[in-house]
Ligand binder design. Structure first.
Ligand SMILES: CC(C)(COP(=O)(O)OP(=O)(O)OC[C@H]1O[C@@H](n2cnc3c(N)ncnc32)[C@H](O)[C@@H]1OP(=O)(O)O)[C@@H](O)C(=O)NCCC(=O)NCCS
Length: 160
């Protein structure tokens, strides 16, 4: 029986050329990993996905003070993170690689990139799905839960 070694995961900083792949990763993650948030309700899910387009990702990734990272297994992007100014705007992993350290590695790259850019505190709005993840990584609540289109987001922050 042929033996194939498992593909190693690698974090790469991205240019807007990777927008289409990044957009697909985020759409897959929202749809399949965030059921705790959207509960399979098509209205909520569609509202969430409405601005997850290649065009929107290209613009966000090309914006001033934006930095993006992809987690790759071989040529396949399996996770994506975007920092905009002092905000972690996106951090999403595809369902096939959940709980394998990909999200943690992306978060570490984003925090390091922000720190190098002079950011002293990183803010984000967490899904319900990711809250325990961020709390384990040292984030603390920073204000009241924000409700939007049937979704709830918990503001969190961490000093870098
Ligand atoms: C949140 C998310 C990015 C985490 O990615 P992941 O690759 O599964 O996380 P990791 O395997 O790197 O886990 C890192 C750490 O968090 C912990 N962790 C991961 N998911 C967790 C969960 N749901 N609850 C509690 N702890 C969790 C792990 O045990 C690990 O802890 P350790 O480093 O102390 O051992 C991933 O669950 C995801 O994409 N979720 C859906 C999208 C989402 O909600 N993104 C956040 C938008 S704000």
């Amino acid at each position: 029986m042929p033996h194939t070694a498992p593909l190693l995961m690698e974090i790469r900083q991205l240019t807007p050329n990777a927008a289409a792949q990044a957009c697909e990763v985020v759409r897959q993650s929202i749809t399949h990993c965030c059921v705790l948030d959207h509960a399979g309700d098509p209205k909520v899910l569609n509202a969430w996905l409405a601005n997850k387009t290649e065009q929107q990702f290209t613009a966000c990734m090309a914006a001033p003070r934006a930095m993006a990272w992809g987690a790759y297994r071989g040529d396949e992007m399996v996770g994506f993170a975007l920092v905009s100014h002092a905000t972690l705007a996106l951090c999403y992993v595809v369902p096939a690689v959940l709980h394998q350290g990909v999200g943690g590695a992306l978060l570490q790259a984003a925090e390091e990139g922000a720190r190098q850019a002079g950011v002293s505190e990183l803010a984000l709005e967490s899904t319900r799905t990711a809250q325990a993840f961020y709390l384990r990584k040292g984030y603390v609540p920073a204000g009241a839960v924000q409700a939007w289109a049937g979704l709830c987001a918990q503001p969190l922050r961490k000093r870098l």
